[in-house]
Design a protein around this ligand. Structure first.
Ligand SMILES: Cc1cc2nc3c(=O)[nH]c(=O)nc-3n(C[C@H](O)[C@H](O)[C@H](O)COP(=O)(O)OP(=O)(O)OC[C@H]3O[C@@H](n4cnc5c(N)ncnc54)[C@H](O)[C@@H]3O)c2cc1C
Length: 383
């Protein structure tokens, strides 16, 4: 096997393009995102234009079909400027993946171009108030009555609820884990509505909300995949697209923490010299630098494996768990390096710490990540 850790010329161009977009277009929206907690929906046409919304969607459905390494570049670059934007985008991509992987031709033609063009954001609703880690314990029900499913229940902590025209929803059609199914639910379906919008301390600009279903009527043809295949839809989508996506967003935060800490350490003068000359600060920077390098390798390896059709559930769990933890630790160190300035709202590092904490439960908690890793670690020695 040949190993090549370099990005292609096309990937470098993409990074340059997205960096330019992120640095120019996102900062003017940041104050309003922090204050109002709203996603800047007006960015969608620009993001569609440069291929961000359709990055993993095949060209036949109006996407650009560049795959997961390209997607990681995009999410990392957006996350380096403001993590809320790629947080919303990564869940948008989850909806694209669920529809591309499990949709029939009619569903793909109906929904994928709308997502790729950025006409709407994508949304995947698995988590319920009763517990996100226990997918098999899903309580929302979908009963087939004639040619319609009647959905009852509530989803919570869902990204893009209020900015999507349709939602991929997991609901119970039978008993146990094999009794779950996936549906595409139109936001205007009778009996469907959005509930509260959450007031988060981080990722303020990414919409997180509730979905409420009260005898919600969904046409039978909106079943996504097979009846009883809902766990498969949720697991593949979360593991492949959700975990690599959250990891890439956290990688952007980590990159920003490194850059902000290094700049501050060179600028802040104490005892007549920059604090970068203090060994304690150099050690902190060494830790952040190492975390960034490790996280980058893990994130791009997992994405590369996806692009090469290799099984990568362990690698995606590792990339997600490590990078999100590292982003939070590095952001905390970056705040510490800033002294009391780090606590002040004018400084970026305090936002990085808040945003990094949000990446930890989103897409599966650290403990659930470690369950996957623990299984992989022990499997070769199973007696
Ligand atoms: C910003 C944000 C965006 C999100 N977006 C989405 C979305 O778009 N779609 C969606 O479906 N969900 C989304 N979620 C929900 C997220 O996936 C869940 O919050 C997460 O899976 C955890 O579920 P929970 O919060 O109910 O915690 P619980 O499942 O109740 O867990 C509570 C604690 O118990 C631990 N725990 C649970 N099971 C085990 C175990 N077996 N062993 C050890 N420890 C365990 C957990 O790690 C955690 O520490 C989002 C969350 C956030 C914060």
């Amino acid at each position: 096997m040949t190993m090549d850790f370099r990005f292609s010329e096309r990937e470098e161009m993409l990074r340059k393009f997205v960096r330019e977009f992120a640095e120019n277009e996102i900062p003017p929206k940041m104050e309003s995102m922090e204050t109002n907690g709203k996603f800047p929906i007006e960015l969608m046409p620009f993001m569609a234009q440069i291929g961000i919304t359709g990055i993993i969607t095949p060209t036949q459905y109006e996407g650009v079909g560049l795959g997961y390494v390209a997607r990681t570049i995009v999410l990392e670059e957006l996350g380096r400027v403001c993590a809320a934007v790629p947080m919303a985008m990564q869940v948008h991509h989850m909806a694209c993946a669920a529809l591309a992987d499990f949709g029939n031709e009619t569903q793909k033609k109906k929904y994928l171009p709308r997502l790729a063009r950025g006409d709407t954001m994508g949304c995947v609703a698995v988590t319920e108030p009763g517990g996100g880690s226990d997918v098999a314990g899903t309580k929302t029900t979908a009963d087939l009555k004639g040619d319609k499913y009647i959905i009852n229940g509530r989803k919570c902590f869902i990204t893009n609820t209020h900015t999507s025209d349709f939602w991929v929803v997991i609901a119970r059609t039978g008993e146990g884990a094999k009794g779950l199914s996936a549906f595409v639910v139109d936001k205007n379906a009778p009996g469907a509505r959005v509930g509260r919008e959450e007031n988060k301390f981080g990722m303020r600009g990414a919409n997180t909300g509730e979905l409420v279903f009260n005898d919600c009527e969904v046409p039978r043809e909106n079943l996504l995949g097979q009846e009883g295949g809902g766990v498969g839809v949720a697991m593949k989508t979360v593991s492949e697209t959700g975990r690599t996506g959250m990891a890439a967003v956290a990688l952007g935060i980590l990159t920003c923490a490194y850059e902000e800490a290094a700049k501050f350490a060179q600028e802040r003068v104490l005892y007549g010299k920059p604090i970068a000359t203090l060994q304690a600060i150099q050690f902190y920077m060494a830790e952040i630098f190492a975390q960034l390098e490790i996280a980058r390798l893990l994130c791009y390896r997992a994405s590369w494996m996806k692009d090469n059709n290799l099984r990568f559930d362990t690698e995606s769990a590792l990339a997600k768990w490590y990078t999100c933890e590292a982003a939070a630790t590095a952001a905390k160190r970056a705040v510490e390096i800033h002294g009391s300035y780090g606590i002040m709202k004018e400084y970026t590092v305090q936002r990085l710490l808040r945003d990094a904490m949000v990446t930890i439960p989103a897409g599966g908690t650290g403990e659930i990540g470690k369950l996957v890793l623990g299984r992989a670690a022990l499997a070769p020695f199973k007696k």
